[in-house]
Design a protein around this ligand. Structure first.
Ligand code: ME8
Length: 543
């Protein structure tokens, strides 16, 4: 099995680790859900997949938040981490790891990396002067800041041009990383891997930033300013920069520093880092440079998504314009929320969060389309899915050529591969829209072929071949859509497949083709499994 672990690296996907300075909001939930959908997609395809999420607990931002709360920083972080853990669980996120930067194994990994960078002569001490943003936990050069009048207080402050957050002047001695050494190797890497960043247009800004020159990076702060963090090994007067500390989380749970021969077992290199577009610089410039410096392979893909806005401006903890994800999960349930976030959330462009749109998606798609088709097909009194399968069996494509269902048959046969293509291209939004379209076409097909008008009474449950064929195709559409909806709505898709009587062992992507499963059709309810009402009951009038 050790040989196996070496040869078959598991698929490894990550979210950013979230700051614990404030409670989670819907933006964090979105990243968690996107990442989980992509992980579950790999599992659906029969791969071994690992997902890591967690919390970023060090740095000035958290230090100040805990002081403001009048709490011991570790207790403050314990509370924050518990909230993010709970969020993941409530949203049915199947993360395998939850990494905290205050974990002992993480601190060891960071200390080891520091030691290695020092050994390689890539760290040196120098006086640093510049602007620091606590909100962004980043240094900015003079050219990247501007004066700003803070309207609520009337104070004149300096802010970052890029993010608008306040910066403060820092003049201190600290350790620097020779980031400038990596300009050439980074540019070469981008050139050889033009699809490394998804969507592709975000690659351009990165290349431009690196081309315009890279300054060495300050990677520590004096401990009297930043006490809450990992101390520089053998120099207690300095604390490691929170982003160097945080980025290392991705290798910590993959087992870094790994024993020789065990490097693949934990999943490194990551197959995909999912991040928001706000932290591209850290993941697409600093992180690959650190990894090159450490002699580690680079992640294979950085999926950068756009933001959720609320009434037009970015949902963000620092502005307080946020939607509480726990309330949203309570109100709509995890499956509906996951579906909404994937369907309306932006990868390319920002999406605006709106309860009215959630209700529309529910009414127009989940209730009117999915729920309706499931109940039409599985609860039809004059036919049965099982009966249709038994009587007509796996009809080859040629059998449909003369049939009115021919077009729909063709749509249905190409549908799984187009969903797969989108998910392989890290586009859960496009994939769920393809599934929604297919369900709509299925309802249309049933509506147009009106099986209820074609019933020939051949005795109980034998409505005639024409009806059997319609029921069979519609059931196949539901079965395949149900299989593909599992990454999006794990619980609802399960109920849907239960209602169709699909065997638990036949719910992987392998079975997602017409005629691949001839065993289903006896709803589990007939086997004694009870349901609580409809799959998607109508919303109460209040909604
Ligand atoms: O940046 N819309 O943590 P963070 C969509 N600790 N996604 C959003 C969002 C919004 N309005 N707001 C936040 C950090 N996010 C660092 C990361 S990783 C080594 C360290 C999501 O708590 C998005 O994924 O500020 C964004 O990148 C992340 O939350 C930032 O979370």
């Amino acid at each position: 099995s050790q040989q196996l672990a070496r040869d078959h690296k598991p698929y490894y996907i990550t979210t950013p680790i979230f700051y614990v300075n404030a409670a989670p909001h819907v933006g964090h939930l979105y990243t968690l859900v996107l990442t989980d959908i992509l992980k579950r997609w790999r599992v659906l395809k029969g791969e071994t997949a690992l997902m890591c999420t967690g919390t970023d607990e060090h740095g000035l931002k958290v230090q100040r938040a805990s002081a403001k709360a009048g709490m011991d920083p570790q207790l403050f972080c314990d509370q924050g981490a518990a909230l993010f853990k709970e969020l993941a669980a409530r949203a049915l996120v199947s993360n395998d790891h939850f990494v905290r930067t205050t974990d002992a194994d993480h601190k060891d990994a960071v200390a080891y990396a520091w030691f290695l960078l020092q050994e390689k002569g890539l760290i040196y001490i120098k006086k640093h002067e510049g602007w620091y943003s606590v909100a962004d936990e980043a240094f900015y050069p003079q050219s990247a800041v501007q004066p700003h009048l803070d309207p609520p207080t009337g104070r004149k402050i300096m802010t970052s041009v890029e993010t608008g957050s306040e910066v403060e002047w820092a003049s201190e001695e600290n350790y620097h990383f020779r980031l400038s050494h990596f300009r050439g190797p980074l540019l070469q890497f981008y050139q050889e891997n033009p699809e490394w960043i998804t969507p592709a247009h975000r690659m351009k800004d990165v290349v431009q930033a690196v081309e315009s020159g890279l300054e060495d990076l300050s990677i520590s702060r004096p401990s009297e300013r930043l006490a809450w963090g990992i101390r520089v090994p053998q120099d207690n007067s300095q604390t490691i920069y929170v982003w160097l500390d945080a980025l290392m989380n991705y290798v910590t749970k993959a087992g870094y520093p790994w024993a020789p021969g065990r490097d693949h077992a934990g999943g490194w290199p990551a197959d995909c880092h999912v991040i928001g577009k706000d932290i591209v610089r850290f993941h697409c410039i600093y992180w690959p440079a650190f990894l090159m410096a450490l002699g580690l392979p680079l992640p294979k893909r950085i999926l950068t998504h756009a933001h959720w806005t609320l009434g037009g401006s970015k949902m963000s903890k620092s502005t307080g314009r946020v939607v509480d994800p726990f309330l949203a999960l309570d109100r709509f349930g995890p499956d509906v929320m996951r579906c909404y976030l994937a369907h309306d959330g932006g990868i390319q462009d920002d999406g605006n969060y709106d309860n009215v749109q959630i209700i529309k998606l529910y009414n127009n798609f989940l209730w009117a389309q999915v729920g309706n088709l499931v109940s039409r097909i599985t609860r039809g009194k004059k036919w049965s899915v099982r009966g249709a399968i038994e009587r007509i069996g796996p009809l080859p494509a040629s059998e449909w050529a003369e049939d009115q269902g021919y077009n729909f048959y063709n749509t249905l046969s190409t549908f799984p591969s187009s969903v797969a293509e989108s998910l392989d291209a890290h586009d859960p939004r496009r994939a769920v829209r393809i599934i929604a379209d297919l369900i709509r076409s299925s309802n249309q097909y049933v509506q147009n072929s009106a099986p209820w008008k074609k019933i020939l009474d051949y005795g109980p449950g034998a409505p005639g071949e024409e009806v059997d064929k319609i029921v069979y195709l519609a059931a196949e559409a539901l079965r395949m859509a149900g299989i593909l909806l599992q990454p999006y709505m794990p619980n609802k898709a399960k109920t849907m497949l239960d209602q169709l009587g699909v065997d638990d062992a036949r719910r992987t992507f392998e079975y997602c083709a017409i005629g691949r499963d001839m065993h289903y059709g006896t709803p589990k309810v007939e086997l004694g499994v009870k349901y609580e009402g409809a799959l998607f009951p109508p919303l109460s009038s209040e909604e």
